[in-house]
Write a new protein. Sequence first.
Length: 277
Amino acid sequence: MTASTTQSSTPQRVAVAGASGRMGHMLIEAILNSSDCVLAAALDRADSPAIGTDPSAFLGKPSGLKIESDVRAALSKADCLIDFTRPEGTMEHLAVAADLGVGVVIGTTGFSDEQKVQIAEFAQKTSIVFAPNMSVGVNVTFKLLEMAAKALQQGGYDIEIVEAHHKHKVDAPSGTALKMGEVIAEAQGTRLADRAVYERFGHTGERKADTIGFATVRGGDIVGDHTVLFAGTGERIEIAHKSSSRAGYANGSLRAVAYLADKKTGQYDMYDVLNLR
């Protein structure tokens, strides 16, 4: 999409929301190891026991910053916010970021349709990268699924999406699994809403043609596994992506930050960041 731009060669000042969480730690470590970004602020909930502590203390090397809960104060020091939190928190952060003209990289999932409309409205005031998954590998997988869906549209291939995540994840199916379904449906000229089957229980009868099934696994510390099956007669094609750590999400997020560096407004996704259009 088109947006007004300015050029900057200085390191991007980045704020991290959810700084004391697993993803927050991964992002902070990636930023501190980056030559293109500097950690400008770290945010967490007001009731978090981490408030007032150094956000990089877990690495054994102090940053000189303190985790804070004042969103406006934190974002006033930043060029871009990376947010992997919850939809309600992200929307609050977005409102402040849009008011200040701070770019936002959104890795949060589980937004309602109404919230997605609001995100698009905020993108008229600031620049946003909004994607269900920030991993470079996952987004390449989306592209492979698009190609496979087009090639396998004929021939009676049944499509099933299986995803597995850690026991603390609160939404299902994952945003990535849903995006995979959307990519496949759109590549075949259809809508996921018309084809998705999210539950099967009891006597279900035969599988309905042209549906896209979803299966969800939750347990342990699984970072994120996604497998798409194109099951035909006599053969089965599987396209899978498996994450062994959150480093891929963090690295992709920093690429998104760099992409937004010269953009003032507009909503983008990882296809834009990775030039996969």
